[in-house]
Design a binder for this molecule. Structure first.
Ligand SMILES: Cc1cc2nc3c(=O)[nH]c(=O)nc-3n(C[C@H](O)[C@H](O)[C@H](O)COP(=O)(O)OP(=O)(O)OC[C@H]3O[C@@H](n4cnc5c(N)ncnc54)[C@H](O)[C@@H]3O)c2cc1C
Length: 446
């Protein structure tokens, strides 16, 4: 019998860790890892529990790193004004943004919320939107990681003796490289964003993607069954007036959260109303333009609970893939009162990044937490697989290591590095064994 129950934000994963630990410093993390290895047990760090998959789940020791949240170092400015900043890996993104702002700095790009821990966000490949930019892991320059030998490794892209491989794995490893205790990020000078939000006809948006996606940060939401795309175009250092606080509250809290919860409850009780509610929602969240600090524009509160699956596609496959999703939704008449979200990212070189080696379009499907999602997500997953889609590691999907491996050119390198730093699988859980393969025998470093 175990004493603890852990549940993730969306309620889609539960675990019963034998122990919950809250180390106060790196030394205590080392002790915890040593103890887990000696006991032949497992150990995993958890951030904010915002992954929809059981990425953080463990029956062994669950480690909260909330105490490792300090600013450690701010480096000198590079020629472009960026600086390397080292922070405790457990810091939450909202706290990190405040610390950076105090130093006149910011993250280059962010996803749509700021509740995650930094370590958790990079470990699953969390990303925002911007066709010239990568996800959070691409902003990582170095890290300290406690591996299964109970040693602290301080690694970066040029580290000798297998350190560079450990770095490549650890900056997106679902926790399989070890426990991250500190992360060094390349941060840019603080900037403002002007957000231009506008409903546009979906066919127009799909025809104009090449032009629209050249913006610094472009994304759109599409409510199933409608022909409207709610576009959001964020431009750096713009000059629109800020939103009056009451308008911001009405949009972000009342419409996007309060009323949205009510429309979802109605859609759950009376599915026949969903197409009308979707049309209403697409109209209600109308046009607005405002300027604010970058992190205030990138992120907003998400209080309506949902389940999510997100697929990364080669950017050129987006229009055809969305067309197939539309056809399936219309044929199946699936009850979906949540919008589909489309974002963009540049190709990157992070081994297990969903944008590895190709300009990427992300398609995220959501379902209200009181409605079933399995049939919808299965159908969309089948479509996305047909376009060589890669699932977000922190969002729901049904893929396995055997069929993910061919989608990632560096999959075997990641597996080999994992085998070397964690030969007995002390950082494993059933989810990472499912998606990365059961831990392998160590292979010698190149
Ligand atoms: C409302 C909502 C909005 C979201 N928006 C976006 C978005 O815009 N873009 C996007 O890409 N994703 C998004 N996500 C997904 C989310 O960013 C990821 O799932 C992220 O991993 C969650 O961070 P976390 O701190 O909650 O990590 P957790 O879910 O707690 O953990 C994630 C993984 O990181 C590992 N981990 C945590 N800490 C450490 C550590 N110190 N060392 C080693 N491994 C560690 C865990 O073991 C686990 O494998 C969203 C999720 C929700 C619920």
């Amino acid at each position: 019998m175990t004493a603890h129950t852990w549940r993730n934000w969306s309620g889609t994963a539960t675990a019963h860790p034998s122990r919950i630990a809250r180390p106060r410093d790196e030394g205590e993390v080392v002790d915890l890892v040593r103890a887990a290895v000696a006991a032949g047990s497992t150990i995993r760090a958890v951030g904010a529990g915002h992954s929809f998959t059981p990425a953080a789940a463990t029956e062994g020791t669950l480690v909260h790193l909330d105490a490792l949240d300090r600013l450690e170092h701010v480096g000198p400015p590079a020629a472009d004004g960026s600086r390397l900043v080292t922070v405790g890996a457990g810091i939450r993104l909202h706290a990190l943004c405040r610390v950076l702002a105090d130093h006149g700095l910011a993250l280059e790009n962010m996803g749509d919320i700021d509740r995650q821990s930094l370590a958790g966000a990079i470990s699953t490949g969390t990303h925002g939107t911007g066709a010239r930019l990568g996800g959070l892991a691409t902003q990582v320059h170095g890290m300290r990681v406690v591996t299964a030998d109970a040693r602290v490794h301080d690694v970066g892209p040029d580290s000798p003796d297998g350190g560079a491989d450990l770095f490549e794995l650890a900056r997106l490893s679902l926790g399989t490289a070890g426990i991250l205790t500190a992360i060094t990020l390349r941060c840019v000078p603080a900037f403002t964003l002007t957000a231009a939000e506008a409903p546009l006809p979906l066919p127009h948006v799909l025809e104009s993607l090449v032009d629209l996606a050249v913006a610094d940060h472009f994304e759109f939401y599409w409510f199933p069954g409608t022909d409207v795309a709610l576009t959001k175009t964020n431009t750096r250092d713009g000059a629109a007036p800020p939103l009056p606080p009451l308008r911001r509250f009405l949009h972000d809290e009342a419409l996007a959260n309060g009323v949205f919860e009510v429309t979802n409850r109605i859609a759950t009780a009376v599915p026949g109303l969903t197409p009308h509610l979707n049309r209403l929602a697409a109209r209600a969240l109308g046009a607005r333009t405002y300027t604010a600090a970058s992190h205030e524009v990138f992120t907003s509160p998400r209080r309506v609970r949902f389940a999510e699956m997100e697929y990364a596609l080669p950017a050129e496959a987006l229009v055809d893939a969305l067309g197939e999703v539309d056809t399936w939704l219309r044929r199946s008449r699936e009850n979906v009162p949540f919008p589909i979200e489309v974002r963009f990212a540049a190709a990157d070189r992070v081994w297990l990044s969903t944008a590895y080696g190709r300009p990427t379009a992300y398609v995220a499907v959501h379902q209200y937490h009181r409605l079933p999602y399995a049939r919808y997500f299965r159908a969309v997953e089948a479509i996305m697989r047909g376009y060589d889609g890669r699932p977000h590691w922190g969002k729901l999907h049904r893929r396995r290591a055997a069929d993910l491996a061919p989608a990632y050119p560096r999959f075997a390198d990641a597996a080999a590095a994992r085998g070397r730093v964690d030969p007995s699988g002390v950082f494993a859980n059933s989810y990472v064994d499912q998606v990365l393969g059961a831990h392998t025998e160590p292979t010698p470093a190149r």
